[in-house]
Design a protein around this ligand. Structure first.
Ligand code: ATP
Ligand code: MG
Length: 578
């Protein structure tokens, strides 16, 4: 391809709307343009990168026995009603109506459609297992589309669905996808972690996310370097702290005056204690449509509630902190003085760590008073105990006791054991060897293709632009003749260009009549892995310069050897990943 013809509208300025590096560089390198919130056109360079990622994904899916198909984007509401997700999916679902007033949605995911297909066509154990996938456009009306391609409302996903005879079969399919995903992200040269993921209230049994480590990531992951435990913070568990304190003798419950002390910090400094002694009491509302129920939640003053864990436990559709009026109705006291002691007629859930607190402090359900010397096992009303807390770096690992660490990251892939959730709801059954009817056991596995491209940029860039890993670079090489006015140099560049094309090197010839600086800047911004420069000085000695974008390393080679050297270099760069 010739740069003069390539449709790549690069920008010099950093676009104001782009907060993250990948968003900035995708815009600046002329790869994407926005037409509405979370909706983008992929320009030719981006299209090439996406196709390369898709090809890697396809190869690894096929290697594991996946078969590609393509399902429709437009889904009739009836299928979603069968699975109950027409309501449950909420406002993220794009809904529309046809001329006959029938309801449809734009597919945000395809469990319903694939389950419908398979229940019609598969009825014997002999036809299982089945691994079917597609690479296709998804639609999700995200509340906060942002960071360019990271969270779009229209995006390409590879989604595979596995159908097995039983749980053991599912375990095998799941492992295949686990391996395939690891291979895919390795081949894309991404540094990633596989973490345990939240499975939701009625979710399946097992789920992992593939997280590309990056500061701008929306996900937080917790991991232990000593024992390899790793989980999304939504799901992470940690060892209970506080057990060492239990030697302290229990003191008598006492009321303490705490005038105007409504925050943890106030109470801690006023009473001269530590936040871990405090029993923080919060009132939540478990909301299901119009109905809502208050729930009182208690955890240590130095901990935060993991609302995902709480919501999963409650099995409600939404969760919100109660308003001041509700808090007052339940505790008979203004906000800031709530506590579980003496509370009646309300569901109380306490974090698993709370019973280890000795001589703690909590609100007395009375304005300007707290209880001190509270001992939950002695003083609390009956309550449910569960792991409620949001784990943070520094907490101790539940499995080995070493301090946990945390990182931010981007979820690029997600694998999920669904079990029989959809097959039961939609009656997708088969006859086993003994002629018994059984529901198929399913799994689902997704990779966001544009998000993977953006994640690759977050991990591979410098202040001048993108540094594409070779395997997904839009082109492998750019040829830059420094002096485009020199006919001899241009002829030589043309010759190298032709020879590279002939041997299958993906090359762009920067044949524009531009200053060298402009060409170099664009080459760095676009991020070609290799740059071949024809500069007047080295040409005098019969040499050209090859520069490695990632390392900045420059080598001078004889003109006649340039193509061979580049070909070798490409092979070498590709080795680690394939
Ligand atoms: P998130 O928690 O980021 O919203 P999700 O759990 O909704 O993701 P899945 O339904 O598991 O995501 O989708 C599979 C994959 O599709 C994700 O791992 C991610 O790579 C990609 N993906 C999901 N939502 C988006 C989006 N709005 N824009 C771009 N890619 C997305
Ligand atoms: Mg989502």
């Amino acid at each position: 391809m010739r740069m003069s013809q390539l449709f790549v509208p690069t920008l010099r300025e950093v676009p104001a709307e782009a907060e993250t590096i990948s968003h900035q560089y995708l815009l600046r390198a002329g790869m994407i343009r926005r037409i509405a919130a979370g909706i983008y056109t992929y320009l030719p360079l981006a299209q090439r990168v996406l196709e390369k990622i898709e090809e890697i994904v396809r190869e690894e899916m096929n290697k594991q026995g996946g078969q590609e198909l393509k399902m429709p984007t437009l889904h009739p509401a009836e299928l979603w009603q069968e699975s109950s997700r027409w309501d449950a999916y909420g406002r993220e679902l794009f809904r529309l109506r046809d001329r006959h007033e029938r309801d449809y949605c734009l597919g945000p995911t395809h469990e319903e459609v694939i389950t419908d297909l398979v229940r019609r066509e598969v009825n014997s154990y002999r036809q299982l297992p089945l691994l079917l996938y597609q690479i296709q456009t998804k639609f999700r009306d995200e509340i906060r589309p942002r960071f360019g391609l990271m969270r779009g409302r229209e995006f390409t996903m590879k989604d595979l669905y596995s159908f097995d005879r039983d749980q053991d079969g599912l375990d095998v399919s799941y492992q295949k996808m686990y391996d395939a995903y690891s291979a895919i992200f390795r081949r894309c040269a991404l540094k990633f972690r596989v973490v345990e993921a939240d499975t939701g209230a009625i979710g399946g049994t097992d789920s992992h996310e593939f997280i590309v480590v990056a500061d701008t990531g929306e996900d937080e992951i917790i991991y232990c370097e000593a024992c390899d435990y790793a989980a999304n913070v939504e799901r992470a568990v940690a060892a209970l702290a506080g057990e060492e304190d239990t030697a302290e003798p229990l003191k008598d419950l006492k009321l303490a005056s705490t005038p105007g002390m409504t925050s943890i910090d106030d109470v801690v400094s006023f009473l001269g204690t530590e936040p871990q002694r405090l029993l923080k009491t919060l009132v939540y509302l478990a909301i299901d449509g119009e109905a809502y129920k208050p729930v009182v939640v208690v955890l240590r003053g130095d901990r935060e509630v993991n609302e995902i864990k709480l919501q999963n436990h409650l099995g409600c559709m939404h969760l919100a902190l109660a308003d001041a009026q509700t808090v007052e109705e339940i505790t008979q006291a203004p906000v800031g003085f709530a506590g579980p002691v003496g509370l009646k007629d309300v569901r109380i859930i306490i974090d698993a760590e709370v019973p280890t607190v000795v001589n703690g402090i909590c609100g007395a359900n009375r304005a300007d008073y707290h209880w001190i010397n509270v001992n939950p096992q002695r003083d609390f009303p009956p309550a449910e105990i569960m792991d409620l807390r949001r784990v943070a770096a520094g907490d101790k690992c539940h499995f080995c006791g070493n301090p946990l660490k945390s990182d931010r990251g981007i979820e690029v892939g997600h694998i999920f054991k669904l079990g029989t959730k959809y097959s039961v709801a939609m009656d997708a059954t088969f006859l086993d060897e003994a002629g018994r009817k059984k529901p198929m056991v399913m799994g689902c596995y997704g990779i966001g293709i544009p998000r993977t491209m953006a994640a690759a940029i977050e991990q591979n860039h410098d202040e001048n632009g993108i540094i594409w890993p070779l395997s997904i670079a839009p082109y492998q090489v750019v040829i830059i003749p420094v002096n485009s006015k020199n006919a001899e140099h241009m002829e030589l560049a043309e010759d190298l260009y032709t020879r590279m094309n002939r041997v299958g090197i993906e090359v762009v010839l920067d044949d524009r009549d531009e200053r060298a600086g402009v060409k170099f800047n664009d080459a760095d911004l676009i991020g070609f892995p290799l740059r071949l420069t024809l500069g007047p000085r080295s040409l005098k000695e019969g040499k050209v310069e090859i520069k490695d974008r990632a390392t900045g390393k420059v080598t001078l080679v004889e003109i006649g050897e340039a193509v061979a050297v580049i070909k070798d270099r490409i092979e070498e760069m590709g080795k680690g990943w394939a």
